[in-house]
Write a new protein. Sequence first.
Length: 466
Amino acid sequence: MNVFIGYFILTKVNFSLAKLFLVLSSFFFYSWWNIAYLPLLLGSIVFNYFYGKLLSSKQSKFLLTLGIIVNVLVLGYFKYMDFFISNVNFLFSTNYGLLHLLLPLGISFFTFQQIAYLVDSHRKESKDYSILDYSLFISFFPQLIAGPIVYHKEMLPQFVNNENQRINIQNIATGIFIFILGLFKKVGIADTFAKWANLGFDNSADLAFLEGWITSLSYTMQLYFDFSGYSDMAIGLGLMFNIRLPLNFNSPYKSLSIQEFWRRWHMTLNQFLTKYLYFPLGGSRKGAIRTYINILIIFAVSGIWHGAGWTFVIWGMLHGIASCINRLWSKYGFRLPTFLAWFLTFNFVNIAWVFFRATSVNQAMEVLSSMFNVNNLLSSNYLAQQLMLFHTPTEFFGHSFSLVYFITLMMALCLGIALFAKNTWELSQLRFNSGLGAVYVAALITIATYIVFTNFSSSEFIYFNF
């Protein structure tokens, strides 16, 4: 709130001063987590800004490649060095010590944004913006640490637009509405499912059939409402400053194919990989085999971008293989009934998320083994055997329920929301009458505030780790 008030007060004095205030506030926001990595962010901004200017004038593919390599090496050092060392130790029976580097917040996001800027500068698709505007484009605090991935052509014109100096009541109201919905998704829904997902994965070796599915589906719900919740909060905060961040989620669990899923899930990452990797590799222009190879490459990159571990590589390759199969299936005109198409897509996504969440391939296989272990399915004491981990009674509005029934109810309700309810952006376009809108927002604020103060101390956004 202080940043919002200070920014719009300063716009009345000097717009450049207001933007400088917003940049410094964003740097302070980033430093609050760990000030030791602020020089990394500053150095990355300065290097890429001036290197982009050099690329605009030189038009050298060698210089472009060198600039991309520098960014990738910095990202690789902080994010993948321990992964690299551990694999060297395994392959060559060496004993090099791990560095145990703390991953700088948002490094994957602001690295990709700046690689895109360098490529566009080389193509002469970037304009001559000031270092202040470029710094604001990279460091703008709503999207700095967990996306969405933004592009200079979308963002920089907004930061230099004089119309955005004025307070816009409609944008503020809509922004608060979107922010509160995102906050509620995170602290009210995602953090609830996180407890059950963590319980299951922490006891992966002891899971029975039903517990395995509770564990995987809990994480599937947690990740959906966690990441989409943060994206909503970023969009809402941006809108309060008259900045429109791109939509990053569009009801992905409604998808009827894996290709549709990736048009709806983490949309800005998909757009980046398509434009800056898939198309330069040749896209679908060099024959069927090359097309499928290119698809596998971008999903392998997507997997390793998300995390330094073989579990992420496997997750990415699973989606790559599924996308190739889906593309081949569509090529020959095959179609499935709507429900069956959704059912197969959703369950594939749910199963693949097990690798995304697991801390090791072995843990992932333990969870998956439990999900497909039906040896005791027909036994007379089935429920007693299957629900040992989730049998604890829980209190809800003064009534005691078996935890498994409560989890089942929550899953059914939240899956119904994901499948049938309007998403946050669609809700934000509705015109509530003033009374209904005020009651709706007030109720969400009250619930979200209560949950924040009771649970937020242990809350963490999943994509902060990427």
